[in-house]
Ligand binder design. Structure first.
Ligand code: HEC
Length: 301
């Protein structure tokens, strides 16, 4: 998916899904430069670009997506002529124990995050499209997206607005410094709040469950995360969905909702192993949740 390009003074700027930004000569179609916009590429963070770049003064700015899967939001500004990185603006702080923040606005934001926040999930706040630039003020406007993980119980348990998630942020285009922000949703809330349904009984050998885990990570995990994603957490399936499991995975029963069928790569036995693995994970989570409730843990997850 690609949401658009920027066209400016004979050049076309376009981001590619794999995280590169390209500058292309609009007349000849020849590439002028390309840059790798992803931090942590070697750590295989699930960043992608689907949004349109924004020209702002003499830089072109690009963000990315991935907050649903665990990344830290930022935008990068590149010199229009050369593609050299001019500044990078992170939208949320990093774990303060790993060193000082990159910019002053992040030091200020730290007070709105739990020190023991789930930093390894990146915090989210990606800027995946819809930037604007005001040349009179030389201000770039960005909108920051959802949190990662979604649920503040997991993300930042002890209070805080978690700046600059779900915000409009104005940035001085020349320097990359923050001008102002407005947070539309302070401390973005939990998306999943219903208690976990009781999973069915598990009838499987440890070897079958282990094989299911391998298949799950290979074919399902990139869309169905446990605990922190837009797509269903399969541990939370209802009894009706459990009953339909093989029909969904092999015969496309949920094709209308966008769930593909896997009968070209998975056998009926594979699907049984997958189901066994998901049920075993569901039972583990369900038991933990019940114990948390018994111990008076309040919101259990
Ligand atoms: C490319 C993304 C993607 C992959 C990979 C994927 N799914 Fe799905 N799955 C979906 C979507 C989209 C839905 C429908 C979501 C909705 O109902 O909103 C879905 C729904 C489901 C549901 C119904 C869940 C419910 O509670 O309603 C099951 C079961 C399911 N998938 C199983 C699997 C299994 C098993 C695998 C691995 C073999 C898998 N999926 C791989 C995208 C994916």
């Amino acid at each position: 998916m690609n949401r658009g390009v920027a066209v400016w003074q004979g050049r076309v700027y376009v981001g590619s899904t794999d995280g590169w930004l390209h500058s292309i000569d609009a007349t000849t179609g020849r590439r002028v430069w390309k840059v790798d916009t992803l931090v942590d590429r070697d750590r295989r963070r699930p960043y992608t670009i689907s949004g349109a770049p924004q020209v702002a003064g003499d830089v072109v700015v690009i963000g990315n997506g991935g907050a649903d899967f665990g990344v830290r939001g930022y935008v990068s500004a590149y010199d229009l002529a050369t593609g050299a990185l001019r500044w990078r603006f992170y939208t949320v702080p990093h774990d303060p124990r790993t060193g000082p923040q990159e910019q002053a606005h992040l030091e200020r934001a730290l007070a709105t995050w739990d020190r023991d926040a789930a930093w390894s999930f990146g915090g989210g706040g990606t800027v995946w499209d819809g930037m604007a630039y005001d040349p009179a003020l030389d201000l770039l406007y960005i909108g920051t997206g959802n949190a990662s993980p979604y649920d503040w119980h997991e993300r930042s348990p002890r209070d805080g607005d978690n700046l600059y998630l779900a915000s409009i942020v104005a940035i001085h285009a020349r320097t990359g410094e923050m001008a102002w922000y407005y947070q539309q949703v302070p401390r973005p809330p939990a998306v999943v709040s219903a208690p976990m349904p009781q999973p069915p009984a598990l009838v499987a050998t440890p070897a079958e469950i282990a094989r299911g885990a391998v298949l799950y990570n290979r074919f399902c995990g990139r869309c169905h995360f446990f605990g922190r994603a837009v797509l269903p957490d399969l541990r939370r399936m209802t009894p009706a969905t459990h009953a339909l499991f093989a029909d969904i995975v092999l015969r496309g029963a949920f094709a209308a909702k966008g769930m593909g069928r896997f009968d070209d790569v998975l056998s009926a036995a594979d699907v049984q192993a997958l189901h066994a693995y998901i049920v075993s994970e569901a039972q583990r989570a369900y038991t933990a949740e019940q114990q948390a409730v018994t111990m008076g843990g309040g919101a259990a997850r």
